[in-house]
Design a protein around this ligand. Sequence first.
Ligand code: GRG
Length: 295
Amino acid sequence: MSDGLADHRAALALDAELALAPIETALAAQEGPVADAMRYAVQGGKAIRAVLVMEGALLFGIDRAMSAPAAAAIEAIHAYSLIHDDLPCMDDDDMRRGKPTVHRKWDEATAVLAGDALQALAFELICDAVCPDTARLALVRGLSRAAGVGGMVGGQAQDIAAESAAAPLTLDEITGLQAGKTGALICWAATAGAVMAQAPASRVRALQTYGECLGLAFQIADDILDVEGDAVMTGKAVGKDAAAGKATFVSLLGLDAARHRATSLVDTACDALSVFGEEAQSLQALARFVISRQN
Ligand code: GRG
């Protein structure tokens, strides 16, 4: 491994560690199963969304201490979505991140409440983002939209409805569904630093394009992992999409074309950041990692 790559990995590990600290601080005085479940649920992930926030903020000279609350907020929302997604009324999963899902380790009521409380905590955390009030309001509005019925929840609802639909979804329908379910949070994370910096619209747009392409590439990689991945490496059940007869990027395009589509989306994502020059190397490397990951 070259020194450059080692430095890069160390920076991303630092992002992940710093992003979880505000959650631990906020929960420090809280005892009981719901708080324990919240702490458990935010641990053990790749923290991709937190890294996006922190590396995106660095492009505008916003250091990690200033962006940590926003990075923590997106990880809290993400953790809530995973807890609820794993529930018996949704995907009914026993394992997540190589350990029992929250409703398996505790019970369903604790899982619902831990997810609800993580969502509430996200908005509390954002209040501490170090930026002008108008930028903080824009972060809150953006995150509410990304997580809500026009974003992640809406995408999840479409996904559930598709299970009992008369016809399988088309590629365009899956692309739209995933833009909400997975893409909206990723886009918010990619643009959060620019929003904090009240950056020119052209710079926000560049990060938006990066986030949109990355979000889609991320989902295609997830679909590929569901077919080719290993339950030990991914830390969760695989092969669920095919078993459920679900239309995915892989079922519609085939493995090779899906891989090609993901690579081409990552190329577009990286090109969109050319306006930032060498400063964008971390975000470009992250995009390449997202489609080569094994978990
Ligand atoms: C329940 C409201 C609600 C929404 C759930 C995001 C989501 C919607 C469900 C997650 C199900 C899933 C496996 C989606 C595929 C993409 C995805 C979000 C994968 C998990 O994200 P990673 O790989 O996870 O970033 P880690 O564990 O690294 O944080």
